[in-house]
Write a protein that binds this ligand. Structure first.
Ligand code: SF4
Length: 450
């Protein structure tokens, strides 16, 4: 269990010096207990207290890294039950499942598909993070061969699913630099997995059929200072697993029970036979609260919706996604090329820029910083108004890049036209552009043909 605010307070200097930014040591202790500040904010805490309090200053769900190098992924580190309270920190990872009774050709095909599945959306790269290899055959040698095949084909982090500690030990030792997740230590095998974790430093999944079994294993692991853990409490039943994920997250965050304060894994590929139903099941656990979700296939039609959904769940609700304020050039624009302006709401920028590219008309796109708001919202908030747009145009450097002095404004703010021309001292002509992004290519083609 983590410490209460009062227990933390007893270990602080109690000088109320305010250097931490809080009026009293007690106020600081309360925030520390809630996981809202870092212990380092108090410069006067003793070394002894620091080591005693270090756990209290850790997030209620610990951070775990799977894999190594550029492709490693991080899960956990969460502080809240609901995204709107602050934000979720580390997006769940998706892993495609390979069974060791598959043929070598099928394994190669699956890895190739998983590797190629990569999309860029609103400035972020969406991809499959890991490969899960299951000992479906029950044969240790077959499992070893399948793992070696996969390890040669991809650098993506690996999740090894086999309950035989002796097979896992050999693989963990040979792959220890890749830091695979070892699934799974059970009540019966926890002692062997403790030794493997100590020897290799690999993260370990703990698998219990209920909360008592999970707590029994994590307690033993913690006593040996092994905290790189992922919990599997799956019954492979949608309703029960949904309940378990919520109960685990609540126990870790609300009750501050450290025995359940770890990322979790859900095997969506074992929850449904039909790929569409599997995608639906996986989406439930993207929202609540799986850290790693395994899938049976790498088909774009099943995985892309999950990736987009994940991206939305894991954006920070306090900060709209923003594009950089600057003048963007599309296709070597010259002195006669059209100049459009919009706001730096990321989605607006990416949609408009896509349509400009579709038009194949070389153009300038001026993106103005309005703290990530859309055109109409920014206008209503007084951030996308003639006075400020004129200031941006003057400082943007567009007048040095082109002799064109016609500015195309979004159709939704047509009412700015006259006032903006006045703010620009009559040196610019302001043209009203389309209201919808889809109309941009036609508009630009007609503009270029003038
Ligand atoms: S900096 Fe440390 S000693 Fe000073 S008020 Fe904050 S917690 Fe107390």
């Amino acid at each position: 269990m983590s410490l209460s605010g009062l227990e933390i307070f007893k270990k602080l200097p109690k000088t109320n010096c305010k250097k931490c930014g809080f009026p009293t040591c007690l106020a600081f202790a309360m925030q520390l207990a809630a996981g809202k500040v870092e212990l380092e904010k108090c410069p006067d805490v003793s070394e002894e207290a620091k080591s005693e309090l270090s756990e209290a200053s850790q997030p209620p769900i610990l951070k775990v890294e799977v894999g190594s190098g550029d492709q490693a992924f991080t899960v956990g580190e969460e502080n809240v039950l609901f995204r709107h309270e602050r934000t979720f920190i580390n997006p769940n990872a998706f892993a495609v499942t390979i069974k060791d009774d598959m043929s070598k050709q099928d394994i190669e095909k699956m890895i190739k598909q998983a590797e190629s599945l990569e999309y860029e959306r609103v400035g972020q790269v969406l991809k499959i993070e890991g490969i899960c290899i299951k000992n479906a055959s029950g044969d240790g040698q077959k499992f070893k061969e399948a793992v070696e095949t996969v390890a040669d084909l991809t650098q993506k982090p690996l999740i090894l699913v086999c309950e035989d500690p002796s097979v896992m030990e050999a693989l963990a030792v040979s792959l220890k630099d890749r830091k695979p997740l070892l699934h799974a230590a059970t009540v019966e095998t926890v002692d062997q997995f403790i030794e493997i974790a100590k020897k290799t430093g690999c993260p370990v999944a703990v698998k219990g059929k209920d909360f008592d079994a999970v707590a029994q294993i994590t307690e033993k692991m913690r006593a040996q200072k092994i905290k790189n853990l992922v919990i599997d409490i799956g019954q492979r039943d949608l309703k029960q697993d949904f309940f378990n994920q919520i109960a685990l997250r609540s126990a870790a965050i609300k009750k501050k029970n450290r025995l359940f304060g770890y990322p979790t894994i859900v095997f969506a590929d074992e929850l449904a036979q039909d790929p569409l139903k599997e995608t639906l099941a996986a989406s439930i656990f993207v929202a609540k609260y799986a850290s790693i979700i395994t899938l049976s296939n790498a088909s774009p039609q099943n995985i892309y919706p999950l990736m987009v959904f994940r991206q939305n769940i894991y954006t920070d609700p306090r900060q709209p996604m923003q594009a950089e304020e600057k003048v963007y050039a599309f296709g070597n624009p010259d002195a006669n090329s059209p100049i459009m302006i919009t706001t730096n709401f990321s989605l607006t920028y990416f949609i408009i820029s896509g349509e400009i590219e579709n038009s194949k008309i070389p153009s300038w796109l001026m993106v103005m910083n309005v703290e990530g708001q859309s055109v109409l919202t920014a206008w209503a908030a007084g951030k996308f108004i003639p006075e400020l747009i004129a200031q941006y145009i003057k400082k943007s450097g567009i007048e040095e890049k082109t002799e064109n002095r016609e500015l195309i404004i979004p159709g939704y703010v047509a009412q700015l036209q006259g006032e903006l021309e006045d703010e620009l001292d009559g040196k610019w002509k302001v043209v009203v552009g389309p209201r919808e992004a889809g109309e941009v290519p036609k508009f630009l083609k007609e503009y270029a043909a003038k």
